[in-house]
Design a protein around this ligand. Structure first.
Ligand code: 4AD
Ligand code: MG
Length: 433
C-alpha cells in the first residue's frame, strides 16, 4: 500500500499534498461543500471537500459516506488557526472503502449499559481513545521505572494450584487428571521466589478475583504490577511505593496533559501535588480519623469503599496506611515484632476519593511462623511446600506490593468507575463483548 500521513504528524506536511487514511468521525454539509472530520487514531483533522476541486464521484462519495465509514483522503495540508490541531486538508480526491448507515453510537448521550454492550465500537470515541493512550503510557512507564532500577521482570503463572489472597475469590478451572486449577489472584508468591533468585523482581500480568462486588472499584480481571525485593523491610517498601508513584504519575502527566485536560476534562491540581513525602499513618490512627469524621468502624474491622473515601479525602496526596490488624490480612504477612496483633502491611490510598491503589507489605520470613499461619488460615500445607522452601534455604527479610493498573488509570484520568480503564472489562455481570 502507498504510505500515508498520520494526523498526529500533519505539521511536517504543511503546504504539501498528503494521503490520509481513517474513519469518518463527523460531517457537516452546505451545498457545494462537505466538512469531514477524519480520525485515524492519532488525531482528528477536518477535510474540506469542495465540489469544484474534486471529481464528481468523490463529491458524491463524501455526500453519502455515513458515520464511521472507512476512507482515504488525498489533499493539501493547510494551516488553519481555527482548527484545534492547527491544520486542515483541502481535499483533491476521496474514496470510501466501506461503510453503512446505522452506526449505533450517535453524537448524543447514551446510557452506560448500552455503551458497554457496544464496547468494541465505543473504543473509537475521543474519550475512550484518550483513556487507552493514558493506560498505554502508564504501563510503559511502570516497566521503565523498574527496568531502570535493576529489577528483573519475572512472569508468574496464571493457572495456579492454590490461593494467594484467601480462598473466597478464586475462579476454578478443570485441570486434566490433576483436578482443579485456579486463576491467579496475584503473582506475589512466585515473585518472592524470583526475588531470592534475582534480588529485585517484578511480576506484571493479569490477575483474577471472583469477587461478588458490584462496586466502581472492582473488576473480576485486572492487571497488577508487583515488585518484590530481597533485604527490604516495611519502611523501605513504603519508600519504594512512594518514589514509584511520584515517578509514574509525573511522567504520565508530562506526556498526556492534552488528553487529560482537553479530552477528559481532568482537573490536574491535585495530581500535580503527588510529591514526596506521602503521609504515613497507622491503621489505629486511621480508625481515630474515621471516628472524628463520624464513621462507626471499630478497631479490627476492615475498611470498605466508604472508609477509604473518607480517609483519602483528608489528604491532598496519596496516604499510606500501615500496620493493619493481622486478622484482616493474608497468611503471608510478617507480624509486627512490637505488637504481633499487627501485620507489617501497607495500603496506599489515592486522594479525591479514589481509594486503595496499592496493597503490600513485609513477608513472614520465619519457617515455623509461616507454617503456623498456613494452618491457621486452613490452607493446604502441600500446596505451599515450595513456598516454605524459600524460608528453609537462605531466608531473608523481604517485601513488595501490588499496584492495580485499572484503579491507577481511573485515578489519573478522574473516572468514576474502573469499567472504562480497561479495553474490555470483565465484571460480575459482564463477560461481553
Ligand atoms: O491488595 P491486594 O489484594 O494485594 C495483593 O494481591 C498482594 N498479593 C500484592 C503484593 O503484595 N504483591 O491487591 C493489590 C491491588 C489493590 O490495591 C488494587 O489496586 C488492585 O490490586 N485490585 C483490584 N483492582 C481492580 N479490581 C479488583 N477486584 C481488585 N482487587 C485488587
Ligand atoms: Mg488490598
Amino acid at each position: 500500500m502507498e504510505s500515508h500521513v498520520y494526523v498526529g504528524d500533519v505539521a511536517a506536511h504543511e503546504g504539501k499534498e498528503a494521503l490520509f487514511r481513517g474513519w469518518l468521525y463527523g460531517k457537516r454539509s452546505s451545498g457545494k461543500l462537505h466538512f469531514i472530520q477524519l480520525r485515524d487514531g492519532t488525531g482528528i483533522i477536518q477535510c474540506v471537500v469542495s465540489k469544484k476541486d474534486v471529481p464528481e464521484a468523490a463529491f458524491l462519495a463524501a455526500e453519502h459516506a455515513p458515520q464511521e465509514a472507512s476512507l482515504e483522503v488525498r489533499g493539501t495540508v493547510a494551516k488553519d488557526p481555527r482548527s484545534p490541531i492547527g491544520f486542515e486538508v483541502h481535499v483533491k480526491d476521496l474514496r470510501v472503502l466501506q461503510g453503512q448507515p446505522g452506526y449505533p453510537i450517535q453524537p448524543k448521550e447514551h446510557g452506560v449499559g448500552f455503551l458497554q454492550e457496544q464496547r468494541h465500537l465505543w473504543l473509537r470515541s475521543a474519550r475512550q481513545r484518550a483513556i487507552l493512550a493514558v493506560r498505554h503510557t502508564l504501563i510503559k512507564t511502570i516497566r521503565d521505572y523498574y527496568d531502570e532500577r535493576g529489577f528483573t521482570l519475572v512472569d508468574s503463572p496464571i493457572l495456579t494450584p492454590a490461593a494467594c489472597e484467601g480462598t473466597s475469590t478464586l475462579f476454578e478451572v478443570p485441570y486434566f487428571d490433576l483436578g482443579k486449577a485456579f486463576l491467579t489472584q496475584s503473582g506475589q508468591l512466585y515473585g518472592e521466589a524470583a526475588a531470592m533468585a534475582v534480588g529485585k523482581a517484578y511480576v506484571f500480568g493479569p490477575t483474577f478475583r471472583a469477587e461478588k462486588s458490584k462496586t466502581r472499584r472492582h473488576l473480576t480481571e485486572f492487571w497488577m504490577v508487583e515488585p518484590e525485593v530481597a533485604y527490604l523491610d516495611l519502611e523501605g517498601n513504603m519508600d519504594l511505593a512512594e518514589d514509584f508513584l511520584v515517578t509514574i504519575v509525573g511522567r504520565v502527566l508530562e506526556k498526556h496533559e492534552k488528553d487529560l485536560t482537553g479530552v477528559l476534562e481532568r482537573d490536574l491540581t491535585l495530581l500535580r501535588k503527588v510529591e514526596k513525602p506521602f503521609p504515613r499513618i497507622t491503621y489505629t490512627e486511621a480508625i481515630e480519623t474515621l471516628h472524628k469524621a463520624g464513621n462507626p468502624t471499630q478497631w479490627g474491622d476492615d475498611f470498605g469503599g466508604d472508609e477509604e473515601t473518607i480517609l483519602c479525602k483528608q489528604f491532598d496526596r496519596p496516604v499510606m496506611v500501615h500496620r493493619y490488624p493481622a486478622s484482616l490480612k493474608a497468611f503471608y504477612f510478617k507480624k509486627d515484632p512490637q505488637d504481633p496483633k499487627l501485620a507489617l502491611g501497607v495500603d496506599v490510598l489515592a486522594p479525591e476519593g479514589f481509594g486503595e491503589i496499592i496493597g503490600g507489605g513485609q513477608r513472614e520470613d520465619d519457617y515455623d511462623t509461616l507454617l503456623r499461619a498456613i494452618d491457621e488460615h486452613q490452607l493446604p500445607r502441600e500446596a505451599f511446600s515450595w513456598y516454605l522452601d524459600l524460608r528453609k534455604f537462605g531466608s531473608v527479610p523481604h517485601s513488595g506490593f501490588g499496584l492495580g493498573v485499572e484503579r491507577t488509570v481511573g485515578w489519573i484520568c478522574g473516572l468514576p468507575h474502573v469499567r472504562e480503564t480497561i479495553p474490555f472489562p470483565r465484571m460480575m455481570e459482564r463477560l461481553t463483548p
